[in-house]
Design a protein around this ligand. Structure first.
Ligand code: GDP
Length: 329
């Protein structure tokens, strides 16, 4: 069993690779819900949607979000009615939001609603929200505090960022199955997702960080930062705001209390060497996922370096230098 912690864009690309190399039934995803929002009165969970769509083959590859070939008639009609239209939802996408909202209005939890939608879309992998409690990513800017979607989608992440917080996290509980999935997996993989606003909210849920340090399988992370810049999006700005450098060292720092292996791009070979000298196992690979084959190759690389053995198989005396020698690109 492989457990993946993920957001919705870089994470979805990685999951697309993973599903090509591992039977879907053997994958459990723990998904960020800090970006969730009420839109036109409907409960929208953007990262859960992206992961559900990628696993059901419905994700639009061109856009990287929403359903492929979707139409936007409702969005147009809402605009004509004077309603806000900055958050784009296609018509088929909207059907999922309607169903989830109805299930939740009937008293189902987000986990139960997610599982019901996955069944209907024939998703065989397990998709777990990080929590059934509401945890909201809040981005503090000079113009005031914004939700993640206001900051990212409505305002095109142009605001300077003072800090990021996860409202509701301290009182939240991990959703059913999350802690068990992390503890018992043969390998845990942190997808190449934004360390602050996609993985940050998951780690802020009490018990999850601790489970990662106690996991029996190795914990690997794929860096979303390549050559000191994010492949896309605001990860660099947000990492800097949180006191992390925008580099593979910053990614390693964000996960330092539980990370066994960092997979970074071959372009970061020099920075990788520095991290190895500090005792971290680092594997360089081609991590830019342009094609379906790139995605599968990256998933294969990550798995080949994680599921070979469990943490407890490693002799205590194994020196970082020995691991480094085995990990040369
Ligand atoms: P979000 O929920 O939409 O923010 O999506 P994620 O957090 O899952 O993904 C955003 C991150 O994915 C960004 O920080 C990007 O740098 C990273 N990313 C996107 N495409 C790639 C890729 O092909 N390779 C790697 N290594 N990172 C990527």
């Amino acid at each position: 069993m492989i457990c993946v912690l993920t957001g919705g864009t870089g994470g979805a690309k990685f999951v697309d690779g993973l599903r090509q190399v591992v039977p879907a039934e053997e994958i459990t995803m723990v998904v960020n819900t800090g970006d969730d929002l009420l839109w036109w009165g409907l409960y929208v969970s953007p990262d859960i949607d992206s992961i559900t769509y990628v696993l059901s083959g419905l994700l639009s590859r061109e856009r990287g979000w929403g359903v492929k070939g979707d139409t936007f008639l409702c969005l147009q009609a809402m605009g004509q009615l004077g309603e806000p239209t900055w958050f784009h939802t296609g018509d088929r996408d909207l059907a999922v939001h309607l169903l989830r909202s109805r299930l939740m209005a009937e008293g189902k939890t987000l986990s139960e609603a997610t599982s019901a939608i996955c069944d209907k879309l024939s998703v065989k992998a397990r998709i777990l929200p990080m929590s059934d409690s509401r945890v909201e990513t809040r981005v503090d800017t000079p113009s005031g505090e914004l939700s993640f979607e206001e900051y990212f989608v409505q305002r095109w992440y142009q605001d300077p960022v003072n800090s990021v917080r996860f409202a509701g996290a301290t009182d939240a509980e991990a959703a059913p199955g999350v802690i068990e999935a992390i503890l018992s997996a043969d390998a845990v993989v942190i997808a190449p997702s934004n360390p602050v606003t996609s993985i940050g909210p998951i780690l802020a849920v009490p018990g999850i960080r601790e489970a990662l340090s106690r996991a029996r399988g190795k914990v690997a992370a794929v860096s979303p930062i390549v050559g000191n810049a994010p492949v896309a999006g605001p990860a660099g700005i947000l990492m800097t705001a949180q006191g992390l450098s925008c580099s593979i060292a910053g990614v390693a720092k964000a996960y330092e209390d539980f990370l066994d292996l960092l997979v970074c791009d071959t372009r970061d070979a020099r920075a990788a060497e520095v991290l190895r000298k500090n005792g971290l196992r680092v594997q360089c690979a081609q991590t830019i996922m342009r094609s379906s084959d790139d995605r599968a190759a990256l998933a294969r690389t990550v798995l080949s370096h994680t599921i070979r053995g469990l943490r407890s198989d490693e002799p205590d005396s194994e020196k970082p230098a020995t691991r480094a020698a085995a990990d040369q690109p």
